[in-house]
Design a protein around this ligand. Structure first.
Ligand code: C2O
Ligand code: CU
Ligand code: CU
Length: 510
């Protein structure tokens, strides 16, 4: 195999750089990226469920230069998967034909702020822009999605989202299944009309709870089914739902073996986390190691989201639930108001094909990452939701001054700071997925008793994170050490809360 570097070397060795014809010189110039990709966001009509096609938006992608397999096709209304290698220099041209402003954010990726896809970088329909970054993240499962102010929820729900996988050669030594025995599962709940068209916001309640669906699309299609060999698989599970929290479990009750979260594999010291189910907030990811060989031939099992006590305003614990449930009876409210947080949902079917069972290889998780020096910085953010809007330290995103940063939103680079989030502001008690751009951090502490009893067993404290859930009354402390200076953001990743302004800038390297 000829890598670009090999080609360069051999060209240089065989007669010097000057001998290279012009066309090659521009293609292989020193400042040139390893990959030149193009991504287009545009309206599309897609086969999402049987029957009529679903209209919406979709990303399509193309490799203009470099590894052909850097973009992998996808089905339904999911964007293609970007399959990148750590260390690669990537240039991406983004073209917007959606009919409204948009911009792509590379969720979880440590990129310069010029490439981050901040709302102030959104371009109008008919325009394009180019960004560039070097892949510095650890191998792991990341995402890309739109981030224009006030339009993120609708555009993502309409179909704009995709996976971004980072690989590195060292992964081969871990004993993990090779890419052929890997499955990515992108979970997105949706609501459909009879004619298969998407139903987005219908009422005020949707701005408060976030838009919830009663069907779960997996990789852009409804009623997903997978045929698997009787062996171990690596499953990359990403919650790309606007507001849905999943309580993921196997229908046959087997525990989940979690080996990675947002920012890649757990360390050897952390080990495999065996959980009865996994609690997954919007835009969190986990990776599972699943031995389908432990099931009998032909076995059919389902991945489901188990019911849990509702935490939206319709739920048993919510104020409105009490109020309106008292007025009209809870069951009737449920039917009238549509899907709720905590509903039991079917996700996907897996059929184990007959065949010889392949033995599981021993797993060798990577060693601990070098610890960063701890700085003296501490940040505190109080999370609150009232009058239909979310607040961070009493503030909202300033749409007139999109790059505004307050003093308590600055963090040093190269030093670890402790950032404490407390979900105890005045207003409605609600869970929120909190996300910080441009950095991977660790959750180091949760206040005792904050996680509801029926979701507690699905929480793990391991690995690097870029998104974490915070429950009503809870306090969560994260250890965070940005590597790249610039203007980034932190926000609630319930997309309706985010669009409602529950979002702020943060400055790294103040
Ligand atoms: Cu996944 Cu600011 O976003
Ligand atoms: Cu992000
Ligand atoms: Cu929120």
């Amino acid at each position: 195999m000829w890598t670009r570097r090999n080609v360069l070397k051999s060209l240089a060795a065989g007669g010097g750089v000057l001998a290279i014809p012009l066309a090659l010189r521009t293609a292989f110039g020193a400042g040139d990226p390893d990959l030149l990709l193009k991504i287009v966001a545009a309206p599309a009509s897609m086969a999402v469920r049987s029957g009529q096609e679903t209209r919406g938006l979709r990303y399509t992608g193309e490799v203009l230069r470099g590894r052909r397999d850097a973009i992998l096709p996808s089905a339904g209304n999911l964007g293609p998967t970007l399959d990148l290698r750590r260390g690669e220099r990537v240039r991406i041209e983004v073209e917007n034909h959606t009919g409204e402003p948009t911009v792509i954010h590379w969720h979880g990726m440590i990129v310069p702020d010029s490439a981050d896809g901040h709302p102030h970088q959104a371009v109008g329909s008919g325009s394009s822009y180019t960004i560039e970054f070097t892949v510095r993240n650890r191998a792991g499962t990341y995402l890309y999605h739109p981030h224009p102010h006030r339009l993120t929820g609708r555009q993502t729900y309409g179909g704009l989202a995709g996976l971004l996988i980072v690989r590195e050669p060292g992964e081969r030594d871990t004993g993990l299944p090779a890419p052929e025995h890997e499955l990515a599962l992108v979970l997105q709940d949706r609501r459909f009309r009879q004619d298969n068209q998407l139903v987005f916001k219908r009422m005020m309640m949707d701005d408060m709870n976030g838009v919830l669906g009663d069907r779960v699309l997996v990789n852009g299609v409804d009623d997903a089914a997978f045929k698997v060999a009787p062996r171990v698989y690596r499953l990359r599970v990403a919650n790309v739902s606007n507001a849905r929290i999943y309580k993921l479990a196997w229908s046959d009750g087997r525990p989940l073996r979690v080996i990675a979260s947002d920012g890649g594999l757990f360390s050897r010291a952390e080990g495999v986390q065996e959980l009865p189910y996994a609690t997954l907030f919007p835009f969190e990811r986990i990776e599972l190691l699943e031995d389908f060989g432990a099931r009998r031939n032909g076995a059919e099992i389902a991945l489901v989201s188990k019911a849990f006590a509702g935490m939206d305003m319709m739920g048993g614990d919510g104020m409105m639930g009490d109020m309106m449930g008292g007025m009209m009876g809870g069951g009737m409210m449920g039917g009238m108001m549509g899907p709720s947080q905590g509903d039991e949902l079917h996700i996907a079917r897996f059929t184990v094909a007959p065949g010889p069972r392949a033995r599981a290889q021993a797993l060798a998780l990577p060693g601990e990452e070098a610890r960063v020096v701890e700085g003296k910085y501490e940040l505190h953010t109080q999370v609150a939701f009232r009058q239909m809007r979310g607040f961070l330290n009493g503030r909202q995103f300033d749409s007139d001054d999109m790059t505004a940063v307050a003093d308590d939103e600055r963090l040093p680079v190269g030093k670890a700071s402790v950032w404490t989030f407390s979900n105890d502001g005045r207003g409605m008690p609600m869970p929120h997925p909190i996300h910080v751009h441009g950095v991977q951090f660790r959750v180091i502490e949760r206040s005792a008793g904050g996680v509801p009893a029926d979701l507690r067993g699905g929480m793990h404290g391991a690995g690097f994170k870029d998104t974490f859930g915070i429950f009503p009354g809870e306090r969560v402390r994260v250890l965070i050490a940005p590597q790249v200076a610039g203007l980034f953001m932190y926000h609630c990743h319930n997309l309706e809360h985010e669009d409602g302004g529950m979002m702020r800038n943060c400055q790294f390297g103040a």
